[in-house]
Write a protein that binds this ligand. Sequence first.
Ligand SMILES: Cc1cc2nc3c(=O)[nH]c(=O)nc-3n(C[C@H](O)[C@H](O)[C@H](O)COP(=O)(O)OP(=O)(O)OC[C@H]3O[C@@H](n4cnc5c(N)ncnc54)[C@H](O)[C@@H]3O)c2cc1C
Length: 289
Amino acid sequence: MRANLPTYELRTPASLDETLALLANDPGVWKPFAGGTDLMVLMETGKLAHRNYINIWNLDDLRGVEITTEHVTLGALTTYTDVLTNPILRDEFPMLCQAASETGGLAIQNRGTLGGNIVNASPAADSPPALLAYDAELEFATATGSRWITYQGFHTGYKQMNMGEDELLTRIRLPRATQALKHYYRKVGTRKAQAISKVCFAAVARTNGNRIDDVRIALGSVAPIPLRCVAVETFLRGKNIDQSLVTTGKAELAREIAPIDDIRSTKNYRLRVSQNLLADFLGNIAVES
Ligand SMILES: Cc1cc2nc3c(=O)[nH]c(=O)nc-3n(C[C@H](O)[C@H](O)[C@H](O)COP(=O)(O)OP(=O)(O)OC[C@H]3O[C@@H](n4cnc5c(N)ncnc54)[C@H](O)[C@@H]3O)c2cc1C
């Protein structure tokens, strides 16, 4: 237990408007506190920089799963358990469900939120690669309005993002055009859950025979941000899967990612595993001959 706990202020606004007003009146002072599963770890290690927190856990506006013909829209407070128990998500977005099932243990799955996972901005987080591969969009609200942006481009550098200090992430929107896609998600860590990824790989593809008509690939733990591998996608799109495509695809991937050595793994291991996962993905979507 820490001996010198600094003084923190935690407010629990009754509404989204009240929350946004607090953020607008003192930009940068108040920090949202969702499930607290990342923030409490920082508190325990004495690294919780802010002193003022807004408890957003009770805001119903940030909960729920809305289904239209075009989209599935998730409140930012959607927990991993919410993801896992939703039949449409299980059916149409299996990679998000797999990420949720491999995130922490039951307690973390009940309390941790997708919004917190995104804004915490860890390059090793497990849902961002799936969300990137599914072309997710994010909605941010302020006291004066709201905006939608594509998730791709949200992370701009290590723990840096395209989000103002007065903004709250409110919703995550997924296009439902996933029926014709093949989905491939692998988390490589010391254990399946309760372990931070060494590499996380999420990809979808639409194929015609052995030809890749469309593909989206995103990786975690191989760059300062969760990374959509646009150059590899461009290289693969329109090509037939054969051994030479796999070999050149692996070389393209090596150029696009930037893994590092850290306490969890090495640069070389991460590179090799990423390349092997790309080869396995291509093998999975290829037609058996
Ligand atoms: C034991 C343990 C195991 C874990 N295992 C995994 C794992 O396997 N994979 C993985 O990816 N993560 C894991 N995590 C990390 C964590 O559980 C997830 O990142 C979780 O999704 C964070 O959500 P939260 O609601 O608890 O975020 P919080 O801790 O409440 O917040 C995290 C950050 O996001 C900000 N924030 C939260 N919601 C919003 C919002 N709506 N708008 C703006 N800012 C917001 C907060 O201000 C804070 O900066 C683990 C954590 C623990 C303690």
